[in-house]
Ligand binder design. Structure first.
Ligand SMILES: Cc1cc2nc3c(=O)[nH]c(=O)nc-3n(C[C@H](O)[C@H](O)[C@H](O)COP(=O)(O)OP(=O)(O)OC[C@H]3O[C@@H](n4cnc5c(N)ncnc54)[C@H](O)[C@@H]3O)c2cc1C
Length: 359
């Protein structure tokens, strides 16, 4: 029987983070299957005690900014599997292991006629990381279809099933993000629906693109598959592919400000873009399009080499460093601070970083 986990020391993680920051990790423990979780963590804790370094969980590396020397025992959950838990005419409940690729899960479920995740197509990374920042795109977020999370609490070595309400999901936030490094998410449970007429298309040009695709297939109205393909199409043209131009998606959160402040700004900047925030969560607040702020501050396509804002989407920072001379966290900080200071001076809004800064 093959080992349920494996261990390596002095591991180069430069190609395992989509920002391609130079990074060497002291030790890496890969968990290959569910039975390996407890022995792998016990082993990782022994390494971390001997070498006096923390544990750090890493999945697809698409939302982290890694240091040149990661003095940590890195735990990589790689266990895969998608199980049907229960099914009715209307719904299906599935349990998905942490190491499954997120986009592949979206495609598989939509193709099987299990709908809900289609708007989250083409988000890089793995399923286990998806609850961390409650991934979201095009009017849908993970919390809309997640039912519970199975996770191992690292400080106490105990298993927990956290129901959705206990995960304390908010905009790009969750209990897992707030209690950083405490949890290893091993499985995410979803309830998906089977109604092909139920779609979310009220964001950007999704409706137009999805309707075009539906028409090409002689369908009267777009199905969830059409929505998924529209979103894949939109994202592929708008966002840089990290394989070609390293990045970690949106570098800043869209700032949420008091609606009174937004109205003041609207008097000065008539075309400022903002959306009312879900009132139950934050009363009288408006979410401002961060990309618009950066663009209007004159920083689209700008920055401090090798880290620049993307020419099509100013909210995304891209890394132009050649593989022979990889960029570091210091390069990120230089451009990040330039953007934060310039946007604050012009609009009085403080941008907040979205990806996780790893020490
Ligand atoms: C081109 C591009 C587009 C993107 N678009 C979007 C988007 O539209 N919407 C969006 O929300 N995000 C987006 N992102 C960000 C990113 O893809 C998501 O946050 C994704 O869920 C990160 O997954 P990952 O496996 O790469 O996590 P990683 O980067 O490996 O980890 C992210 C964080 O989660 C923790 N973590 C990872 N796995 C686990 C686990 N199993 N248990 C506990 N903690 C864990 C890590 O410690 C780290 O703190 C984009 C990124 C890129 C590069």
């Amino acid at each position: 029987m093959s080992s349920p986990f494996s261990v390596q020391h002095n591991v180069d993680l430069t190609t395992q983070n989509t920002m391609r920051l130079s990074c060497m990790a002291n030790s890496v423990v890969k968990i290959h299957d569910q039975a390996g979780v407890e022995p792998a963590i016990a082993h990782a804790k022994t390494i971390s005690n001997i070498k006096e370094m923390p544990l750090f969980v890493l999945s697809g590396g698409s939302n982290v900014l890694l240091p040149s020397r990661l003095h940590a025992c890195v735990v990589m959950p790689e266990m895969t599997g998608i199980d049907v838990v229960s099914e009715s005419d209307e719904h299906i409940d599935i349990a998905v292991m942490a190491g499954e690729n997120w986009h592949d899960l979206v495609v598989k479920t939509v193709q099987k006629g299990w709908y809900g995740l289609e708007n989250l197509a083409l988000i890089p990374g793995k399923v286990g990381a998806s609850p961390m920042q409650n991934i979201g795109a095009y009017g849908v977020e993970l919390a809309d279809f997640l039912t519970s999370v199975r996770a191992y609490h690292l400080p106490t070595d105990t298993w927990h099933t956290l129901m959705k309400a206990e995960c304390k999901f908010a905009y790009r936030d969750s209990i897992f993000k707030r209690q950083a490094s405490e949890w290893l998410i091993t499985q995410v449970n979803f309830r998906l629906h089977k109604d092909p007429t139920r779609t979310v298309m009220n964001y950007g040009d999704v409706q137009t693109k999805a309707s075009d695709i539906a028409q090409q297939h002689h369908r009267q109205a777009p199905t969830p598959i059409d929505v998924m393909n529209a979103i894949i199409n939109i994202r592929s043209t708008k966002l840089p592919n990290p394989e070609v131009l390293p990045n970690c998606g949106s570098f800043f959160k869209n700032p949420v400000i008091p609606t009174s402040q937004f109205k003041d700004l609207q008097r000065k900047f008539a075309d400022i873009k903002g959306y009312p925030v879900d009132e139950e969560l934050v009363n009288n607040s408006t979410k401002v399009a961060g990309g618009w702020l950066i663009d209007q501050a004159g920083l689209k396509g700008q920055g401090i080499e090798p880290i620049m804002t993307h020419v099509n989407q100013a909210l995304v920072l891209v890394n132009h460093a050649p593989a022979s001379q990889p960029a570091t966290q210091a390069d990120i900080l230089a451009t990040q601070d330039l953007i934060i200071d310039t946007v604050f001076d012009k609009f009085g809004i403080m941008l907040e970083r979205e990806p996780v800064w790893v020490r």
